[in-house]
Design a protein around this ligand. Structure first.
Ligand SMILES: *Cc1c(COP(=O)(O)O)cnc(C)c1O
Length: 412
């Protein structure tokens, strides 16, 4: 029950002062711009229905915003520019909370505390940009040769785009039907005279496939002369996997990797895009220095200004939700993914899902269904051509799934 509802109940019972409070709160919902208010109301009516994109719509940030406003922080210009792991004097920032946030996550991904560097960046794409940049510089500084970037054709488009942006020779590796990088094609395309900059899709965007790190590593072991840097693009799966029995997939102690990028707004329930970028201190130390006198800092990261409110909000989230609660959420979305699959099979609707994945592929439904549930489209010849997907996030409960199935059935 929200505050407005409580007040409106009190309002009905005519308690002194409540009347005014009710009106005030009601007025707060009015921006003075009709189109803005209409937009806000439309968003609220749609949010729980949308199931095609990996966005957690069960957000619990009200207490954070209340705290933020109660401390007048909305009238302070904050900026986390600079290295959160160096204690240089900078702008008004929250570096200590950023450091704590990164260390909390780094242990989740199997980094050792004394050998961790990271930051909160603007999105997972920004994290991939840093992973590829840091990887390139690390390999180049180590070997004196320009590395080649290897990434699959099912990985998120940002990786190939970043290869282009950073002017890195990029080889796109073919995938199997499930969306995993084909080890044979990797071996065929591997240039053993140059360092290897690998991006693993841990959760490919459309099919939810996880590249087989063991199979690719087995090929690299045959070529010990090749220097390798591995970056994990784990935007969505890096959120829930650490809380399941498959945690090893995104753990550096069981799977070798030098850096990882994860979105904060997919599984974790941030209300705006942010990304985690985590690597080792050794990799960070191998980077080119950029000493910027007026910032009192060595600026090795690409972006200058970074968000402070997002650091505080994420820190607040990580300290408010317990490990047990994250685990329950992670297990629930995997359970509900199986439930959706079962229900689709019951009505004989063509569907398909990868192991460890909360992304369900289905034959492309009618435009009405696509629009109503805002599903994402794809095309795969081997999976029957035109397909769409559903991503089972926290707000995609059994009740929502039943509603979807009943609408889908009606449309057949
Ligand atoms: C969503 C996604 C991205 C992009 O993440 P943003 O945080 O939206 O920039 C990158 N890689 C994968 C695998 C994704 O699913």
């Amino acid at each position: 029950m929200n505050l407005l509802h409580v007040l409106s109940e009190l309002h009905k019972s005519r308690i002194d002062g409540v009347d005014r409070l009710f009106k005030d709160l009601h007025n707060m919902r009015k921006s003075g711009f009709k189109e803005l208010d209409r937009w806000a109301s439309k968003i609220n009516s749609r949010k729980l229905r949308e199931i095609g994109y990996p966005v957690n719509q069960h957000l619990k940030l009200r207490r954070f915003y209340n705290w933020y406003m109660a401390n007048n922080l909305e009238i302070v210009g904050l900026n986390n520019v600079g290295d959160p792991f160096s204690d240089q004097r900078g702008l008004l920032n929250a570096h200590e909370f950023e450091r704590q946030l990164i260390l909390k996550f780094s242990s989740l991904y199997g980094f050792d505390e004394e050998n961790t560097w990271g930051m909160l960046c603007s999105s997972c794409t920004d994290g991939n940009n840093h992973g590829i940049y840091f990887g390139y510089k690390f390999l180049k500084n180590k070997t004196g040769k320009a590395p080649i970037l290897y990434v699959s054709n099912e990985a998120h488009y940002s990786n190939a785009r970043i290869g282009d942006l950073q002017n890195i020779e990029t080889r796109i590796i073919n995938t199997d039907l499930t969306g995993r990088m084909l080890p044979d094609d990797f071996e065929r395309q591997l240039d053993t005279t140059r360092p290897c900059l690998l991006v693993y899709a841990v959760g490919s965007t459309f099919k939810g496939a996880i590249d087989d790190q063991h199979a690719i590593n087995a090929i690299l072991e045959k070529h010990p002369e090749v220097s390798v840097y591995r970056h994990l693009d784990a935007a969505l799966f890096g959120g829930y996997l650490p809380f399941t029995k498959f945690a090893g997939i995104v753990n550096r102690k069981t799977n070798m990797f030098e850096s990882i990028a994860v979105s904060g707004h997919k599984f974790f329930g941030m209300d705006a895009p942010v990304g985690l970028f985590i690597t080792t201190r050794d990799i960070y130390d191998s980077q080119t220095q950029f000493n910027v006198t007026y910032l009192n800092d060595d600026m090795r990261m690409i972006s200058c200004s970074r968000s402070t409110i997002d650091v505080l909000k994420f820190w607040w989230l990580m300290n408010n939700v317990t490990f047990k609660q994250w685990k329950e959420q992670a297990e629930k979305i995997l359970e509900n993914s199986e439930y959706l699959l079962e229900k689709l099979k019951e009505i004989g609707y063509p569907c398909w899902k990868n192991q460890y994945s909360n992304t369900i592929l289905i034959k492309r439904p009618s435009d009405e269904i696509l629009e109503r549930f805002n599903l994402a489209n794809g095309y795969d010849k081997e999976l029957g051509g035109e397909i769409s997907h559903i991503v089972v996030m926290q707000h995609v409960t059994r009740k929502r799934i039943d509603q979807f199935i009943s609408k889908l059935k009606e449309s057949l």
